[in-house]
Design a binder for this molecule. Structure first.
Ligand code: IPM
Ligand code: MG
Length: 357
């Protein structure tokens, strides 16, 4: 198979973890006889520095022409503390999501046996937890207009908008995932207070009968936040709107024990995109200490969801698990043992892939 991949390493630790992810991608492609075309694009703070735009048109065109996008991270502290900055790296991310039509963000939450003790939750609560959060990514308060400030600057407003079409397509995507898993879908909303949530719930109730083999249940977001911590094993597929999904997926990520382990996929109308959920971690940039596993696992998701190459994805997962079992891990999960560098972990995994049968 020929794989045309757009590589957007972005800011902070993005380039370092991407380097390892690409080495892994190349090793898998060499082994399985796939031809690989990698083309780089700039995005985020790097995009602003180079062109004044965090998502330049050339980058968008590259993404549109590719079969998949591998994305590192964006964000730079020099923008975080400046509320008056006219252009921000995050705007690039949001525009990229919107322009590529990436309405479905898939964030799997899983545990790794060798890391259970790193979870802030009790082992018996998290052992075997395995669910997928599906976050709507191109609607809601992130994009609703009007958004802004009153003239005197003392009042600010955001608008949360969802259309039937937006809600229907994300729910169908969520049902598709639930159908391939344990056949349970939890719709998370705030229908007791918010109009958009009431639309979500109404549409979910209308659609549910089309999926008779899937159990649909509903939770208010505050209750869901509690249940994710109290009883993570009760979830299979959880679907929710953009802002709730942003918050709940950070919460859910702690179950695993390290934010450095969780990959994500964003899919929708055009090219799908694969990225770690951890962000640009500027404090670690350039130090060769960041955990490359979430980025490498994003490559696994790319093979699986982007190209339906399940074996290739499984090979990567196996190599990642082996590295953890062998204790070849970065400082965030080293737990008093030896901490390896980003490139050492990446190289170990690549070697494992080259030599595994
Ligand atoms: C995420 C991030 C982004 C979001 C930020 C960086 C804009 O937190 O992907 O979850 O809020 O969507
Ligand atoms: Mg977030």
């Amino acid at each position: 198979m020929e794989l045309k991949i757009a590589v957007l390493a972005g800011d902070g630790i993005g380039p370092e973890i991407m380097e390892q992810a690409l080495a892994v991608t190349k090793a898998v492609c060499a082994k399985k006889g796939h031809t690989l075309s990698l083309k780089e694009g700039i995005v985020g703070a790097c995009g602003i520095d180079a062109t004044g735009d965090p998502y330049p048109e050339a980058t968008h065109n590259l993404c549109m022409e590719s079969d998949a996008v591998l994305f590192g991270a964006i964000g730079d502290p020099k923008y975080d503390n400046d509320p008056n900055a006219k252009v921000r790296p995050e705007q690039g991310l949001l525009r990229m999501r919107k322009q590529l039509g990436l309405y479905g963000n898939i964030r799997p939450v899983m545990t790794f046996p060798s890391l259970i003790h790193k979870s802030p939750l009790r082992a018996d609560l998290v052992e075997g937890a395995d669910f997928v959060c599906i976050r709507e990514l191109t609607g809601g308060m992130y994009f609703g207009q009007p958004q802004g400030r009153s003239e005197d600057g003392n009042t600010a407003y955001d608008t949360c908008i969802y259309t039937r079409e937006e809600v229907e397509r994300i729910l169908h995507l969520a049902y598709k995932f639930a159908g391939q898993r344990r056949k349970k879908l939890t719709v998370v909303d705030k229908a007791n207070v918010i109009a958009t949530s009431r639309l979500w719930r109404q549409i979910a109730q209308e659609i549910a009968p089309q999926y008779p083999d899937i159990e649909t249940d509903f939770l208010f977001v505050d209750n869901a936040a509690m249940r994710i911590i109290q009883w993570p094993k009760s979830f299979d597929v959880l679907v929710t709107e953009n802002l709730f999904g942003d918050i709940l997926t950070d919460e859910a990520s702690v179950i695993t024990g390290s934010l450095g382990l969780l990959p994500s996929a964003s899919m929708g109308i055009h090219t799908s995109l694969f990225e770690p959920i951890h962000g640009s971690y500027p404090q670690a940039a350039g130090k060769n200490i960041a955990n490359p596993l979430a980025m490498i696992l994003s490559v696994a998701l790319m093979f699986e969801y982007g190209f339906e190459l399940m074996e290739e994805g499984a090979m990567i997962r196996e190599a990642v698990n082996a590295s953890m079992e062998a204790g070849i891990v970065t400082e965030d999960i080293a737990d008093g043992g030896k901490a390896y560098s980003t490139s050492e972990v990446g190289e170990w995994i690549r070697e494992y892939l080259v030599h595994s049968s």
